[in-house]
Design a protein around this ligand. Structure first.
Ligand code: BG6
Length: 323
């Protein structure tokens, strides 16, 4: 982006001492948000939250040291937006995995300080000639990011077409961990899941999730919050959600890490994805004019056996529209 375009963005959307735009890695335009409770960066490329760090805490989101910051590619880490389909395209292998909006440039549409004091930025994208070739529907997508000591990310999809469409998607969130052996993920005990590393067999989660091998699971029919308990970092990360009946937990482990060009061979040891999703049978059907919001609310706190688990504030999304 040219310096004059950056100036124009800052004139329209910057909030003094709280939000400004700058050039980031690979020349991508980044919004930097500073709040007394925490800091975040968001790339216009993909409407992608790259980092979130509550004050006095280590970074919550993980970003690969091999991430590519270039037009047309997805960024490995942070919170990629997967839409209008999650994972592989249902019928066409030539289409990119996880849809196309994570590799296109979004446009800021609003910024403000909300009544609760959090700093708020909205980015939007919509159908174009290019997207119509890949997915023949007219839409508007907006991502609203609010930053304080908590990160709220709400993705609203609106059908601006004349006929109904169905979509899936995810806030594909990557989290920083000390090492898998120190981590347990709570929130899906007793929940049925499809095991992508075992021919999509349907299984039921027995207790907490431990990461000790390649893990790629689509947890079904759950709107429960999850916590990532990390003994090594002595903290827990909380992920609450609305508008989602699917949670995906992913760690590529050794072989798959080595296959991915934008992922360090040993980096599976420092990350886990807990994704707020609409996937598998959890498809969203939108009639003309209808909207659906998928929201993740992410926080972190020092773990202390004496303290009760994280209690989530109610999320702000307008509710479930999953079909
Ligand atoms: C997860 C999927 O959501 O994303 C995995 O369940 C996939 O199967 C992973 O490997 C990463 O996908 P991508 O397209 O970003 O490499």
């Amino acid at each position: 982006m040219r310096p004059s375009d950056l100036d124009a963005l800052n004139r329209q959307f910057a909030i003094r001492d709280r939000l400004f735009f700058r050039e980031g890695p690979g020349g991508l335009t980044i919004a930097e948000i500073r709040h007394s409770g925490g800091e975040a960066t968001i790339a216009l490329h993909g409407g992608h939250v790259l980092s979130f760090r509550p004050r006095h805490h280590p970074p919550v989101l993980w970003l690969s040291r091999e991430a590519r910051f270039e037009t047309g590619s997805a960024i490995r880490g942070g919170i990629p937006v997967c839409w209008p389909w999650f994972a592989d395209h249902p019928s066409n292998n030539a289409m990119p995995a996880h849809g196309f909006v994570r590799a296109t440039v979004w446009t800021p549409s609003a910024s403000e300080t909300l009544a609760d004091g959090s700093t708020h930025l909205k980015l939007a994208t919509a159908d174009s000639e290019e997207t119509m070739k890949r997915w023949p529907h007219r839409f508007r997508l907006e991502i609203a990011v609010s930053v304080s000591d908590v990160l709220r990310v709400a993705l609203t999809a609106t059908n601006t077409d004349r006929s109904a469409f169905s979509c899936t998607g995810a806030l594909h969130s990557y989290f920083n961990i000390s090492t898998p052996a120190n981590v347990r993920i709570k929130g899906v005990a007793g929940v049925a899941y499809l095991d992508k590393v075992d021919r999509m067999r349907r299984k039921v989660q027995d207790g907490d999730v431990f990461i000790d091998k390649e893990t790629d699971r689509i947890y079904l029919d759950t709107n429960a919050a999850c916590t990532i308990e990390d003994r090594g970092m002595q903290r827990r990360i909380g992920i609450a959600k609305t508008g989602s009946r699917t949670t995906v937990i992913w760690n590529p482990w050794v072989e798959k890490s080595a296959l991915m060009k934008d992922f360090g061979d040993d980096e599976y040891q420092t990350m886990v994805c807990v994704e707020t999703a609409n996937a598998g049978p959890d498809r969203v059907r939108l009639a003309p004019g209808e909207s659906h919001t998928l929201e993740a609310v992410i926080c972190s706190e020092a773990s202390d056996p004496e303290r009760p688990p994280i209690v989530f504030l109610p999320a702000t999304g307008p509710g479930d529209k999953s079909a």
